[in-house]
Design a protein. Structure first.
Length: 257
C-alpha cells in the first residue's frame, strides 16, 4: 500500500485559506497513493482565539467535501484532525474516509496537551480507533500521544500493524519526535506514519520532519522542515508476523492470561 504524507504549512486561524491549500496539496498527492494523511488541526493550526466559530460540524460542507474527494480519487483519506463540535462538546477529532467516500472511522484525541489551551477548551476522547485500510488493521494516535506507550501497545495487541499519527509538533522538540515515533514502532513491531505541520505560528516554528517508519524502527521516508509531500510503502508480507513474535508483546499477553 502506498501512503502519501502531506506536511502542510498552515496559516494560523485562516480556515478558508487553509482548506483551499490543503485540497490543492491533496490533488497533487492523490494519484500517487492509496492512503493520504493530513496533519493535526490543519484548518486553523493552534489558533484557538475563535475556536467555536471556526470549528467543523459533522456533516457540514468540509466533511462532505473530504468524503467526496476520497470517493472521486478512490483512496482512503485520513483527514488529519479537525476542531469538531459534536453534541455540544469540542473535540480534536480525526476523520477517516474510505474509497467510497463514507466516513469509515473517527478518533478523538484522548490525551490533550495542557499548553496552548487544548486541555482547557477541548474534551478528551474515550475510545481507540481501529479499522481496516486496504486489508491492513490500522489505528490512530495524535501528536502528544506519542508519549503514551500503553496506547500503542493496546493497538498492537489488538492486531494493528499501522498507526497513523497526525501532529503539530514544534521544531524545538523535534529530536523527541523522532525518538518517540521510532520507539513506538520498534517496541510493537508496527509501521508508524507520523505527519507533522510546517511553518511558524506566533514565533514558534513547527518541526516538520514527517516520518514513515517501518516495524524495525528504520525511517523509510523523512521530510525536512518546509512544506512537502512524501510517500511511504507498507510492505505487508515482509513484517506480517513481526509484532506477534516480539517477546515484549507475548509477555504482556501471558501476564493478562
Amino acid at each position: 500500500m502506498k501512503i502519501g504524507l502531506i506536511q502542510m504549512e498552515v496559516a494560523g486561524g485562516e480556515k478558508e485559506r487553509n482548506i483551499h491549500h490543503a485540497f490543492d496539496l491533496m490533488e497533487q498527492a492523490a494519484p500517487s497513493c492509496d492512503l493520504l494523511v493530513l496533519p493535526e488541526l490543519w484548518t486553523i493550526g493552534y489558533d484557538f482565539r475563535q475556536i467555536r466559530t471556526q470549528a467543523t460540524r459533522m456533516g457540514d460542507s468540509l466533511v462532505e467535501g473530504l468524503g467526496a474527494f476520497a470517493k472521486y480519487h478512490h483512496i482512503t483519506l485520513a483527514a488529519g484532525t479537525l476542531p469538531i463540535v459534536h453534541r455540544g462538546a469540542l473535540y480534536n477529532m480525526a476523520l477517516l474516509f474510505g474509497p467510497s467516500g463514507e466516513l469509515q472511522a473517527h478518533y478523538s484525541k484522548r490525551h490533550l496537551f495542557s499548553g496552548y489551551l487544548e486541555g482547557t477548551l477541548m474534551t478528551p476522547g474515550r475510545r481507540a480507533m481501529q479499522t481496516v485500510i486496504g486489508g491492513i488493521q490500522s489505528g490512530m494516535a495524535v501528536c502528544y500521544e506519542l508519549y503514551f506507550p500503553d496506547l500503542f501497545r493496546a493497538m498492537a495487541r489488538g492486531g494493528t500493524t499501522l498507526v497513523i499519527v497526525p501532529a503539530s509538533w514544534p521544531l524545538m522538540h523535534v529530536s523527541r519526535w523522532e525518538i518517540l515515533a521510532r520507539a513506538r514502532a520498534i517496541e510493537n513491531g508496527i509501521y508508524v506514519c507520523a505527519v507533522n505541520m510546517a511553518g511558524t505560528y506566533h514565533g514558534v516554528q513547527l518541526g516538520g520532519h514527517s516520518l514513515f517508519i517501518d516495524p524495525e524502527g528504520t525511517v523509510q521516508a523523512e521530510a525536512g522542515t518546509a512544506e512537502e509531500i512524501l510517500y511511504g510503502t507498507y510492505e505487508e508480507e515482509k513484517y506480517r508476523e513481526l509484532g506477534r513474535q516480539l517477546a515484549v508483546i507475548r509477555s504482556v499477553k501471558e501476564e493478562e492470561e
